[in-house]
Design a protein around this ligand. Structure first.
Ligand SMILES: Nc1nc2c(c(=O)[nH]1)N[C@H]1C(S)=C(S)[C@@H](COP(=O)(O)OP(=O)(O)OC[C@H]3O[C@@H](n4cnc5c(N)ncnc54)[C@H](O)[C@@H]3O)O[C@H]1N2
Ligand code: MOO
Length: 404
């Protein structure tokens, strides 16, 4: 197990992420699904286009298809055919023009389309006052996709644009990875479920709902093993069930150093702990390992730590287990609207809003304050040992990118 770094004994974030990515390979089989049911799934094939898109040159405007050779100065041409979208055109008769509509195929013999606002319609004739340029308003065959091209690559998540691309080449079904099954367990004797009465020393279990929401947004299947008591036996039992019923395991709480923290020890008993303690705030005690061969990530119990570490570390790992290609989250550099005089050893993730193009942190950055994450637009990344003055550029990762 590696948990070392020169002074602090913590693993730098980039190294921890790289270790997770290096060890996480696809864990799931593939299946065929109808395109209409494929939203959010991860593509398991690289489909080849059997048609070009568009399949023929077509008009991008309502107007008149012409041959440029027929237009010199002001020109009056007879309209020899009408071509709505969906109707195959006849070749353009020399010395004539064709009434054409957006999306309709360009007739053979035409090499430009003049939009109707620039043409005077005169009964069976059209009068052109300016000379159009070559190929004006013509969308070329294959400008989007060429026949024989790979439309998308395996590993891509199917969002609306990708679904549209697959539909545009006529695919009615696609091969995707089966949804990754992720077991979640919430450790802690103090946890009660919403709806139950709260006794002394108890708190409501919020991590269970944070994780369920995060996993559903990733289109993964949640195997919810509920709350686990802070005992070795209960933790071993839950981890065994989790490994038997899921492709990956995420726990919250119980990964720190106290004797009530059983998770790490139990993971070691049932498999191995590969990594523990990362140089980040919040989220230092994140643990990674395998339980009877099933990948395991232990997230810290503080709800904001759970949310942030899931997004930054667990999500990339789970996505690779799901067969998806890893893509680093969008990171923008935005001027700080705050001062940070105290540099700390850990890389810190502040929950911030963007106001007047300045990053403004939530007033209480405690990892127990979940309201900070609900209030924020995203997180500002402050590298280790770094102070910040107003106007300094700081990396900002929007939740819009992190949470789906
Ligand atoms: N002596 C030390 N103590 C602690 C250290 C340390 O380095 N040395 N690290 C601190 C840090 S940083 C964190 S983060 C926490 C993480 O500890 P655990 O992962 O073991 O989490 P717990 O102790 O079980 O819980 C922490 C906190 O979060 C609340 N919690 C837990 N689960 C839930 C849940 N499902 N829903 C809502 N809230 C939850 C729990 O009640 C605690 O208040 O350790 C520090 N300690
Ligand atoms: O690392 Mo803990 O998540 O700061 O509170």
């Amino acid at each position: 197990m590696i948990s070392c770094d020169t002074q602090s004994g913590l693993i730098p974030f980039e190294e921890a992420l790289q270790r997770l990515l290096d060890s996480a390979s696809c864990q799931v089989a593939t299946e065929q699904v109808l395109l209409a049911e494929a939203a959010g799934r991860v593509l398991a094939e690289s489909p080849i286009a059997s048609v070009s898109v568009p399949p023929a040159d077509n008009s991008s405007m309502d107007g008149y298809a012409v041959n440029l050779a027929d237009i010199q100065g002001e020109t009056r041409l007879p309209v020899s055919q009408r071509i709505p979208a969906g109707t195959p055109p006849q070749p353009l008769k020399p010395g004539t023009c064709a009434r054409i509509f957006t999306g309709a195929e360009i007739p053979a013999g035409a090499n430009s389309v003049v939009m109707q606002e620039n043409v005077k319609a005169d009964g069976e004739f059209a009068v052109f006052t300016q000379c159009p340029s070559d190929a004006e308003n013509i969308r070329r065959k294959g400008q989007d996709i060429h026949v024989g091209d790979a439309v998308l690559s395996a590993g891509v998540k199917l969002r609306p644009a990708e679904l549209g691309l697959l539909a545009s080449v006529g695919l009615a079904q696609v091969e995707v990875y089966r949804k990754l099954k992720v077991a979640i367990l919430s450790t802690g004797d103090e946890l009660m479920e919403p709806g139950e009465a709260l006794g002394p020393g108890q708190i409501y279990n919020s991590n269970r709902y944070i994780l369920t929401g995060l996993l559903q947004a990733l289109d993964m299947e949640v195997v919810d093993l509920g709350c686990v008591a802070d005992t070795r036996e209960a933790t071993l039992d839950a981890l065994r069930k989790a490994s038997a019923s899921a492709d990956a395991i995420i726990s919250t709480g119980g990964v720190s150093v106290g004797e009530e923290d059983h998770v790490k020890g139990c993971v070691e008993e049932l498999g191995q702990l590969d990594m523990w303690k990362i140089r980040i705030k919040p989220g230092k005690p994140v643990a990674y390992g395998h339980v009877q061969g099933t990948p395991f990530i232990g997230l810290p119990g503080n709800p904001t730590s759970t949310l942030v570490t899931f997004c930054l570390l667990a999500k990339p790992c789970l996505q690779q287990l799901q067969g998806a290609t890893y893509a680093a989250p969008l990171q923008l550099n935005i001027p700080a609207g705050f001062t940070r005089k105290r540099a700390i050893q850990r890389q810190e993730y502040l929950r911030v809003k963007v106001e007047d193009n300045r990053l403004v942190p939530f007033s209480n950055q405690s990892s127990g304050v979940l309201a900070s994450a609900s209030w924020a637009d995203g997180i500002a990344v402050i590298p280790p040992e770094t102070m910040v003055s107003p106007g300094d550029f700081v990396a900002f990762i929007p939740f819009a990118d992190l949470l789906n």
